[in-house]
Design a binder for this molecule. Sequence first.
Ligand code: EPU
Length: 429
Amino acid sequence: MDRIRIVGGQRLTGTIPISGAKNAALPLMIASLLTEDTLILDNVPRLADVSLLQRILGNHGVDVMIAGKRPGEIANGGRTLHISAKHIVDTTAPYELVSKMRASFWVVAPLVARMGEATVSMPGGCAIGTRPVDLLIMALEKLGAAIEIEGGYVVARAPNGLRGGDIVFPKVTVGGTHTAMMAAALAHGTTVIENAAREPEIGDVADCLNKMGARISGAGSARIVIEGVPRLSGARHKVLPDRIETGTYAMAVAMTGGEVLLQNARPELLQAALDVLAKAGTAIVPTNEGIRVARNGAGLAPVEVATAPFPGFPTDLQAQLMALMTRAHGTSRITETIFENRFMHVQELVRLGAHIHLDGETATIEGVKHLTGAPVMATDLRASVSLVIAGLAAEGETVVNRVYHLDRGFERVEEKLAACGAAIERLSA
Ligand code: EPU
């Protein structure tokens, strides 16, 4: 397995292009199952999770064509996928595939909506908590699917099609909202989703579904209304920029000092995180091209933050903020409210010399003057990238093992950081 080697202490200066959002690209690719026509997605990031989902969709009979280079295209920019689910040959998503990527469970919704049947493996355990799928199942049942659990698989049946219904989520769930929206798009009648997730990726998927002929209103608010239509058609859609990648690099700059333009980033997608960074002493300036992030001279101030569903501070930036706060002048507190066990980075940050005390869902971080490089690893992608951020400020050499996790969600992390002056390289196995 590849490793990433970092020698800390360099400031970051330059431009980092922000890729398309992983957590929009994945549900958008899954939405292709709703139509016989071709769905064209632009700005799809080059990530291991995208390739894996391509394989999973291929198993259902979906063809994915990746366009070659075009004149004037920037090297390594996002890719264009032409996705055709004209002939669905298999409505089963097997354990071997679903267990590798939880989001692939979401295929259950378009498959049962269009084909009347889906057999999808339950995803199983996960490095950041138990992550059940009960609310996704509840949503499908409200739309008239008959659900059985057999041999570790969810079998969803709706031979006469789904029908609209009222879905009230007792807890905000991104995956639940995506599946409810996709299923309801092809249901007979009207569906109302209450307490829907408001994450920008939900809005992006709704925009794409509407281009495909769906009738969805209210996406981005807590109440989404969907008038079902009998069929959806093809469309072309550009994946929105990745707010988690944006926040991650903003924190890297806050950590090392320097000044970087996060090209194509959109501040409204991560205002809560930008506000926290500003409080910590980072200059954040939205520009026509993206977001300019700088920290020069001043030290880092400690912060108190609790993660929350959008528009709150995202759980997917919790580990990165914790890495940053290891160098703050004073005591920070970070509370994780979304996932029960998303603290795998804590012990690894401690190995680099951080002072962190964990009490239930709250971490107390006493800022230290120095971190020192060490070999580290993590089995969750956001935890892994937090170790990269810490390594950028640690004295000496940090080697991040199991880079496979980083490649799932960050496109060319070492190239993007090295281009801004970081001493970082990939050590190939
Ligand atoms: N939950 C339930 N029952 C369910 C579904 C969810 O109890 O049926 C709980 C979860 O256990 C969790 C909370 O509800 O405590 C929120 O989970 P949610 O369903 O919102 O998460 P998800 O859809 O599984 C997506 C992202 C995650 C991100 C979360 C929260 C994708 C592919 N994944 O997961 O991203 O952390 O929303 O914002 O969009 C990542 O990219 O590293 C990542 C983990």
